[in-house]
Design a protein around this ligand. Sequence first.
Ligand code: BMA
Length: 826
Amino acid sequence: MVKDIFVFLCSLNCFFFFGQTSYRNLSTENWTFNKQNETKKHKATIPGTIHTDLFQNQLIPDPFFGANEKQLQWIENENWEYETHFSLTKSELKNENIEMEFEGLDTYATVFLNGNVVLEADNMFRKWIISAKSHLKMGTNHLKVVFHSAVKKGNEEAKKLSYTLPEKERVFVRKAQYQFGWDWGPRFVTAGIWKPVQLKFWNSAKIENIKYSQDELNESLAELEFIIDVNVEKNGKYVLLIYNDITGKIDELFVNLKKGITSIKNPYKIESPKFWWCNGLGKPNLYNFSIELYQKGKSLDKKKLNIGLRTIELIQEKDQIGSSFYFKLNGKSVFMKGANFVPPDSFLPRVSDSIYYSLVANAKKANMNMLRVWGGGVYFDDAFYEACDANGILVWQDFMFACSMYPGDKKFVENVKQEVIDNVNRLQNHPSIAIWCGNNENDEGWNNWGWQKQFNYSKADSTQIWNDYKKVFHEMIPQTLDSLLSKEKNIYWSSSPSKGWGRKESLTQGDVHYWGVWWGKEPFEIYEKKVGRFVSEYGFQGMPNMETLQKVMTQEDLNFTSEAFKNHQKHPTGYETINEYMERDYVVPKDFEDYLYVSQLLQARGMKTAIEAHRRAKPYCMGTLYWQLNDCWPVTSWSSLDYFGNWKAFQYQAKRSFENLLLSVANENDKYKVYLVNDDFENYSGKLELELLSFDGKLLWKTFKEIAIEENSSTVVYEIPKTEFEKFDLRNSVLHIRFNQVESNYFFVKPKDMKLSKPNIQIQNIDEFTIEISSDVLTKDVFIYSETEVFFEDNYFDLLPKEKRFIKLSKPVQNIKVKSLFDTMQ
Ligand code: BMA
């Protein structure tokens, strides 16, 4: 039977070009842009933004360089016109249907086709489809898109309300909110055709959408149902083929369809299914399908569908303290380890698929299993979600609202509804997507940030604003999700966090953004006390490396007082806060480059404290997502990867602190407690070895214990009464712990109080891609670097006296340099 269909399909090949849905990319035509009412036209790049086009034409300087941002604010107040001429052939025009598809227009755009207005767009997050045939002609066609200033439009909308919403114009425009400036991002309110534009030719019928539901999943069987929406022009008989691209299995469906859109449902079984697992727990197995529509032997349309078989549940059960908040993947309770992901550029069309892939690969390398797509950015390109599917990274997906209150009038809500439909339809088949979340911090803001007073709301205003909130986040979005998603894919959480960090319930239920450290200036140690059920944000800033800063400022500007340097910190008291914390824990270096390095150590130290406290508290706490994985430009921020993808000290620390097996010491009252956290679904037993060493290598104390730990647990495996160590100079000692392959070092005092001595660090080349590094004494925070760009598999680590470490390099390099904390304390 399968063979017969192959013969049948092969005989169809000759028809492939007749009548099949096809596309013509209009992004590659010659485009120009001009400021409205100016005749001079310049070459434009599509997809693109006005800022990058102006820069490429040398009409403005590099927006990221120095303090250029300030002089480029005029761009947001102008209207911009983009246009092209493209020619159509007779045979192209013969197609029964021609649609013009804009995958994304940023944001208020009037589209003219041969002089006729064919679209008024008002939402950057939506896809716009124009039925274009009647406006097109053979030969040359003229396409023009006029972008109206989003800032002006937003301000006009704001004026229509009798009260002021926080964040002024930005909440009225359905556009990436971080572009209006954030505490890690510059203000560049872009405009432009930011995603591809194409013509779609189709005849008789096309596949509108494909999704699937999963009715049953167990070790022996997966029962799925494919739901294929087909749009036909004429009543008739059609054939749908479902190919399993891996096994070659083909299913054939004969259907009688009436004009319009029909949802065709087809049950589908997979025996002995291979589950999709997140990173650290198994393989992210995927099944690839192609679905093709035929009529009378002619292929009309074809679409791909990649499926990962997994179940996901969010478990919230009341307990003695509050209620749990954790995810079960394939029936197993999984501790989520990861970070918040922000748009990787201020100018989104510059984010290539490979940038998304590499950022997600770095998350995987750091032993993460979840990323949160934060609500102040955009719904990312397919490449991001494909990378997450392929790397076993689960996604916490916010809808695009952040840190404010939004309007709730009919037009706004309807616009958002379409945005939800477009994006959920596009993304819902990705196995990586675990949860849909209404917004970032709107609920927290409303209840804790004092807007009512600040904006002088009357009782009626407050009621109206909160009702508008409920309309979008408690009604429209969940109702729309219900209509689009099958039950097993439909996990909705209306706002992250559920309660502000100042409220005690934030630590006993739901998710929490814990900002007592940084915003609250509390010491890092507070992380050990303030542990929530699922900590979806917390963070501390670290500065980028010298090479990164050198790319965006002159040598003279590399100091704390220059305008350029100040502009590359967007938190109002960012540098002061870093300095304040640095004084608490480190000797503050005088040298600028040393300062950058120590700021990274400080960040890594704070984050290690947080991550490990969260993990030790398992299963009370079941998730830790730090703020923030990446940056949208070169800046001092909370990120662990800088804009260029370089690993800060924190990224290396995250990798260590996120290992499935973690040895972590807590200083609790009169004891040092050694925890072994196990995220594997395997029990372990073996010898736990503990040694107390002086910094010059003397063995001061030693013990061992045979231990056994359960799968998926956190256990205190050893306790040391503090009195036992009273006789030692703990400023000059390190506790080294080992269990099987896992090792950890614990220091008893802050780095500034350590009695470090000058190390003699030796580096030897073992082969082109490996170095061996060792030192005579305890060497804190060894940083290896080179003028050539190279990635070191490990960095910013502590070396025990006489310990040898082997480090892999991404490419052979000469002149490896090294520094350690001691060098900065002089
Ligand atoms: C979080 C985020 C962002 C912000 C970050 C650092 O709460 O949601 O709004 O950038 O804090 O302040």
